[in-house]
Design a binder for this molecule. Structure first.
Ligand SMILES: Cc1cc2nc3c(=O)[nH]c(=O)nc-3n(C[C@H](O)[C@H](O)[C@H](O)COP(=O)(O)O)c2cc1C
Length: 335
């Protein structure tokens, strides 16, 4: 299967792989790491979601999230919220700061977000959503995209209705995570809905949910998805994009050694320290190590040690010892 590109308005996503927005994960440091490790295999990155309430009240952390000056392009900025005026002002800020794409979160299931009308709650309020999308479309010149779920729950799967509404309001691309709000991350993402959306819409449909290997990627593409968005898979395998790019062009994925994992995680700690205090960096390191070392020899013990680590220095010391251990000559291929 050939690896093509697609367009979101005038923005080309080449190749068709997108790093998913993940709050508390895909900040500047993680995007930098994934870009560096995957080279030109990554077609688009999306920021963590940014609260329009916080952003339009000049919250320092939210404003910092709009700092992506030195990053490879294109980059999409995701916002979430309910209030029309604040969404509009936030959209203006996003465009002023030079984002290539504006994305509206319509899929977040977190109670704190949906109780205030944002995230997946917008899928339950189609009239309000139509107003929001029409307003945002008039507000910015950059392409507007949305990210939705399958629906609220088993009885309310309205992804198709919302997708048609979004297309009618001028939305330039829609990304679908095939689980309901109630499902959170349990069960398997529904893939048939991708066929339905592709059949009924003309805008590009990006598939998301459980893409971790060649099989899952190819399956979504065979259903007509034009782009593939990967979230957790990039934590488990920081080379997932380059691995998929290679496999789709008939090459085998690269073998990644324990030392490779160690190097990536240590570099991540340096990037994180440029972005946040050590305490925050420690949490993010544990997140990446917890996933990226899965399945590797002696990694259970390593993860236990790292979880108890009180400083980055201690953590890095454990990592180096682990990677230098006898089995380190063995390469592995993330599957
Ligand atoms: C820790 C975490 C944070 C997330 N934060 C966001 C977010 O800010 N915006 C969003 O649209 N989705 C968010 N998601 C959902 C992912 O973008 C994605 O839809 C979901 O993880 C399924 O894709 P995957 O199987 O490739 O991970 C988050 C997921 C995780 C695990």
């Amino acid at each position: 299967m050939s690896l093509s590109s697609f367009f979101i308005g005038p923005v080309e996503v080449k190749p068709l792989f997108i790093l998913a927005p993940m709050s508390g994960v895909t900040s500047r440091s993680f995007r930098r790491l994934i870009h560096r490790e995957n080279g030109n295999a990554l077609g688009l990155t999306v920021t963590e979601f940014i609260s329009v309430e916080a952003l339009t009240r000049n919250n320092k952390r939210s404003l910092e999230m709009l700092d992506f000056r030195d990053e490879p392009r294109p980059i999409s900025v995701q916002i979430f919220g309910y209030d029309l005026d604040r969404l509009q002002r936030a959209a203006e800020l996003v465009e002023e700061n030079g984002a290539d794409i504006l994305d509206l979160n319509c899929g977040c299931p977190v109670p704190k977000v949906v109780k205030r009308g944002g995230g997946c709650e917008l899928m339950r309020q189609p009239e309000h959503l139509a107003k929001v999308l029409t307003t945002l479309k008039k507000t910015v010149k950059i392409p507007l995209t949305i990210k939705i779920r399958l629906g609220w729950d088993e009885k309310h799967k309205n992804a198709l209705e919302i997708a048609k509404l979004a297309q009618g309001c001028g939305v330039d691309m829609l990304c679908l995570h095939g689980r309901t709000k109630v499902q959170l991350y349990s069960g398997e993402a529904d893939r048939d809905i991708v066929n339905t959306l592709v059949k009924n819409l003309t805008i590009p449909i990006v598939a998301n949910g459980d893409i971790v290997n060649l099989g899952s990627a190819q399956d979504y593409l065979s259903r007509g998805a034009q782009g593939l968005m990967i979230g957790r898979g990039a934590l488990v395998n920081p080379w997932v994009f380059v691995d998929l790019q290679r496999q789709m062009s008939g090459q085998s994925p690269l073998a990644h050694s324990k030392q490779d994992v160690c190097r990536v995680v240590c570099d991540y700690s340096k990037f994180l320290l440029e972005e946040m205090p050590e305490k925050g960096a420690l949490g993010r390191m544990k997140q990446l190590v917890g996933q990226a070392t899965k399945g590797l020899r002696d990694s259970t013990k390593l993860r236990q040690l790292l979880c108890r680590s009180q400083s980055l220095e201690e953590m890095i010391d454990h990592l180096h010892r682990w990677s230098a251990a006898k089995e380190s000559e063995e390469n592995y291929v993330k599957s």
